[in-house]
Design a protein around this ligand. Structure first.
Ligand SMILES: CC(C)(COP(=O)(O)OP(=O)(O)OC[C@H]1O[C@@H](n2cnc3c(N)ncnc32)[C@H](O)[C@@H]1OP(=O)(O)O)[C@@H](O)C(=O)NCCC(=O)NCCSC(=O)Cc1ccccc1
Length: 165
């Protein structure tokens, strides 16, 4: 009987492209997030060759923060799609960072995420964000994860400035 040899997962992984195109739109400028908030972003965007998240941040001419994200097999929830916690983690980092990038040293006090469509793994998606209001220590940031016409998630993030920072 002929035996079919199935490559093990390490061989399959080695065959996958390691370079993912996370380039930004023509009018975006790369944004150095760790230079602003330090290495504490490692949880989500710290491993540029990892199998969970790969990310690159940008700002547009109006200083709004954008990001390209790729979610790999280690971010899986429903088969072939992102875990809800992975999506929430992206929102936490990206929307918190949007407040920092706008000049507010903050932590996130409340994060409300709506999961609109299942987010496919191994596709590059875009995160957009806006600081929509500032009231005393409360900075409200809205954001969206999308690809083409499909919105995967929307979020409202209440950020609270850290006194003394
Ligand atoms: C600091 C604070 C959020 C607030 O405490 P305090 O300083 O004692 O301030 P106070 O309680 O007086 O509130 C001031 C005002 O705010 C309001 N308000 C507050 N909360 C809420 C709420 N939930 N919902 C609604 N409103 C709320 C409150 O009513 C008050 O309003 P008022 O002035 O009366 O009108 C504290 O609860 C805390 O540390 N939480 C843990 C945060 C944490 O671990 N986050 C995760 C890690 S960060 C991360 O991962 C993201 C990241 C990404 C990129 C880069 C970096 C970071």
């Amino acid at each position: 009987m002929r035996r079919i040899r199935v490559p093990n997962s390490n061989v399959l992984k080695a065959c996958e492209p390691t370079e993912i195109d996370l380039s930004g739109a023509a009018d975006w400028v790369p944004f150095d997030a760790p230079a602003l908030v330090g290495d504490s972003l490692r949880f989500v965007s710290g491993d540029s060759r990892g199998d969970r998240f790969r990310a690159r941040y940008y700002r547009d001419a109006d200083k709004h923060l954008h990001a390209r994200f790729w979610l790999g097999p280690e971010a899986e929830g429903p088969p072939g799609h992102a875990h809800g916690g992975a999506v929430a983690a992206i929102m936490d980092e990206a929307l918190g960072l949007a407040a920092w990038a706008a000049g507010y040293p903050i932590v996130v006090g409340n994060l409300n995420v709506s999961f609109r469509n299942m987010l496919p793994l191994k596709k590059v998606v875009t995160v957009e964000s806006r600081v929509v209001s500032v009231e005393g220590r409360k900075i409200m940031v809205h954001g969206r994860i999308f690809r083409g016409d499909t919105t995967f998630a929307e979020a409202q993030c209440l950020c609270i400035t850290i006194p003394g920072k």
